[in-house]
Design a protein around this ligand. Structure first.
Ligand code: PBG
Length: 329
C-alpha cells in the first residue's frame, strides 16, 4: 500500500470535476475580433498566409460584425486597406474622412450600434507607400514627433467616424498622451485608448503584412521593442499610464506571456493580449498538415492568455471560438 495521501489527480478524474476546479474560464466577452477591410474589391479576398481570414469588402465586414455581435464577443478592431494608388508618404487615407477605415467604422456602427465595442487601429503603416508606422525625415528615418501630429489628426477622424476605442500601435514615444490631448481638444473625452504598451519587433507579424498589403521593406526595430527586453515593457507601461492609457496591451501573445504576466501583476487598468497573425498561421498550418488538433490548440492558447493575466484577447478566432463556447454543455 502506498503512503500517498496527497493525490492531485483526484481533481482530474472526470470532465465535470476538471471543469469545477478550473482556475481559468473563457467567455465570449473576453474576445475581440481584428478584421481587415479593403477598398475597391467586389468580393472578400482570402489572405493566403491566414487561411480562414479575409480582407473584407465593406459589405462582408458589416456581416462579419453582425455575426460577431450575435456570438456575444466584446468588440471588433478594424484595420483599413486603402487602394494602392492612394497610399503616400504621409498616409493621407488615414486622415481622409472618406478613407476606407473611416467608412468601415461608420458601416459597422450602423450595423451593430453599441452591441460591440468598435475599435480602430491608429497607425500609419497601412496607409503609407513606404509601409512604416510613421512619417520619414529627410534621411529616411521614422520621425517620432512629426508622426505624433499625424496620429493626432487620425485619432479625431476615427473618433468622428464612430470608433469608441483607438489602438495606437505605432510605438512612437508620447503617442498616448498626444492622441489623448487631441481627442479631448476635439470634444472626444469619451473615446478610450487601448495602448499598445509592449509591442515587440516580431517575426510573427509576417502574415499581417499580406493582410494589409504592406509596402514595408526592412523592419521596425527602431521603434518596436527588442524581444530580448522584459523590464523595458514596464517602463513603456509607466509612460502609457502617465499619458492616460485606459487599457494596455501586450503583443505578440504566446512568445510574450512572461511580459503579459508582469504587466498584469502591476496594473489597475484592463489588460489585453493580441494573438497575432503568425500565431494564428502556425496553428492553422500545423493543423492542416494533421500535426496538431486544431480545436484543442486554439482553446489551449486562449486559455494560456487568460491564465497569464489577460482580461481581453484579440484573436482571429474570436467569433468562431465564441460560438464554440456557446455550444458547450
Ligand atoms: C501596425 C500593426 C501590426 C499589427 C497590428 N497593428 C503590424 C506591425 O506592427 O508590423 C500586427 C497584427 C498581426 O500580426 O496580427 N499597424
Amino acid at each position: 500500500m502506498s503512503e500517498l495521501t496527497e493525490r492531485p489527480r483526484r481533481l482530474r478524474t472526470t470532465a465535470a470535476m476538471r471543469r469545477m476546479v478550473a482556475e481559468t474560464r473563457l467567455h465570449p466577452a473576453d474576445l475581440i475580433l481584428p478584421a481587415f477591410v479593403r477598398e475597391g474589391i467586389a468580393e472578400p479576398a482570402p489572405i493566403g498566409t491566414m487561411p480562414g481570414v479575409v480582407q473584407h469588402t465593406r459589405d462582408s465586414l458589416r456581416k462579419a460584425a453582425a455575426t460577431a455581435a450575435e456570438a456575444g464577443i466584446a468588440g471588433i478592431m478594424l484595420f483599413g486597406v486603402p487602394e494602392e494608388a492612394k497610399k503616400d508618404a504621409i498616409g493621407s487615407p488615414g486622415t481622409d474622412p472618406d478613407g476606407i477605415l473611416q467608412r468601415a467604422l461608420r458601416d459597422v456602427r450602423a450595423e451593430v450600434g453599441e452591441e460591440l465595442v468598435i475599435m480602430s487601429d491608429l497607425c500609419l503603416d497601412e496607409v503609407t507607400d513606404h509601409g512604416h508606422c510613421g512619417v520619414l525625415d529627410e534621411r529616411g528615418r521614422v520621425d517620432n514627433d512629426a508622426t505624433l501630429e499625424r496620429y493626432a489628426e487620425m485619432a479625431v477622424v476615427q473618433a468622428e467616424a464612430g470608433a469608441q476605442v483607438l489602438g495606437p500601435s505605432g510605438m512612437m514615444d508620447g503617442q498616448v498622451g498626444h492622441v489623448r490631448r487631441a481627442l479631448d481638444a476635439a470634444g472626444h473625452q469619451d473615446v478610450a485608448l487601448l495602448a499598445y504598451t509592449a509591442k515587440y519587433a516580431s517575426a510573427f507579424y509576417g502574415p499581417f503584412r499580406e493582410a494589409v498589403n504592406s509596402s514595408l521593406k526592412g523592419d521596425r526595430k527602431t521603434y518596436q521593442q527588442d524581444p530580448a527586453n522584459g523590464r523595458e515593457a514596464l517602463r513603456e507601461l509607466e509612460l502609457d499610464l502617465a499619458e492616460g492609457a485606459d487599457m494596455v496591451m501586450v503583443k505578440p501573445g504566446l512568445p510574450y506571456l512572461d511580459v503579459l504576466r508582469r504587466v498584469a501583476d502591476v496594473v489597475t487598468v484592463p489588460v489585453a493580449a493580441y494573438q497575432i497573425s503568425g500565431e494564428y498561421a502556425m496553428v492553422e498550418a500545423a493543423a492542416e498538415k494533421g500535426w496538431i488538433d486544431r480545436d484543442r490548440a486554439i482553446e489551449e492558447t486562449l486559455t494560456a492568455f487568460k491564465r497569464a493575466g489577460a482580461d481581453m484577447i484579440l484573436t482571429y478566432w474570436a467569433t468562431e471560438f465564441a460560438g464554440r463556447l456557446g455550444r458547450r454543455a
